[in-house]
Write a new protein. Structure first.
Length: 131
């Protein structure tokens, strides 16, 4: 049994299999997930697990080169917006309209759905390399 880090097997497997520039989306409970994309449904109930808890676990395992968030996040959920940016120091964060964000999810390796009920609490993480 794995004793540290990311314990969720499907999420850990996806991250371990990612290459440079592959993407992984971590989303709130309401984001539509394309049917052709692997859905890692972590949602248990409203707020469980929290988006930021899942994001922290993923950031502990995945080398990040860049990220994408929806421009609506800053106005709709300023605290969440700041919390996300604080976790990505030195990482280029692209801000796009939510409609474009949803299109970007169509090329993700997987989408990890949380129980988050905060509007626009979604991020696409772009894999970097460790060397």
């Amino acid at each position: 049994m794995k004793k540290t880090g990311l314990l969720n097997q499907p999420l850990s497997t996806v991250i371990a299999g990612m290459g440079h520039m592959d993407t992984l989306c971590v989303c709130d409970a309401g984001l539509p997930i394309p049917t052709a994309i692997e859905r890692i449904d972590l949602a248990v109930s409203a707020g469980v697990p929290a988006f930021l808890d899942v994001l922290d676990a993923v950031l502990g395992e995945m080398q990040i080169e860049g990220a994408v968030i929806a421009q609506e996040l800053e106005k709709a959920s300023p605290e969440m917006h700041q919390a996300i940016l604080a976790r990505l120091p030195g990482i280029e964060v692209q801000v796009v309209p939510h409609t474009v964000f949803k299109q970007y999810t169509q090329t993700a390796r997987a989408v990890a759905r949380t129980g988050e009920f905060t509007p626009y609490a979604n991020i696409i993480l772009i894999a970097g390399v460790v060397f």
